[in-house]
Write a protein that binds this ligand. Sequence first.
Ligand code: GAR
Length: 203
Amino acid sequence: MTKRRIGVLVSGRGSNLQAIMDKIAAENLPIEVAVVVSDKADAFALERAAQAGIPGKAVVRKNYSSKEEFENTIDGILREHNVELVVLAGFMRILTGNFIAKWRHKVINIHPALLPSFKGLDAQGQALEYGVKVAGCTVHFVDEGMDTGPIILQKVVPVMDDDTHDSLANRILVQEHLALPEAVKLWCEDKLEVKGRKVYIKK
Ligand code: GAR
């Protein structure tokens, strides 16, 4: 069976990348992580890719004179590797409308909050600060806004009275590691149908 080819964009430790690679291996899915692109040269995610024999590239913003040139470089790498789906797994930059338009409904992101609450940076800290009783994570298609695209999957965790930032973030992370690989699998099986803001999961 021909494998669906995905490209994963990262900025840091890459535990979500690892969860995707582990699910592909454990379930022998017809999906290949074709390339990992990091905007940080020292991201541990690049080491994880190397360990798994996956090509890894660092594309660092300051080495490009414009955001357009930076994004075009990423776009070029993804196309070079025949990527069909772009997965943002802890990629901490906003992609412009120009990039997104080229990859409409082909970019998905994991966010550590129950969107539309707590968009942007440190979602777990925002949830703790606000005093919500449940938190969680969201996998969504990326559109031109920040954390605003159609929602694919969400997973919920309780917030405990004695939670610290780390304890809550870790509880959410366990669910991220389930949600993101599941969403990748559904996309690769052509089971996601987007109608306006809604994503339907085909049986
Ligand atoms: C994850 O918690 C992910 O949800 C978050 O960064 C972390 C990356 O961890 N992403 C965002 O906040 C995006 N706005 P990882 O590098 O171990 O996968």
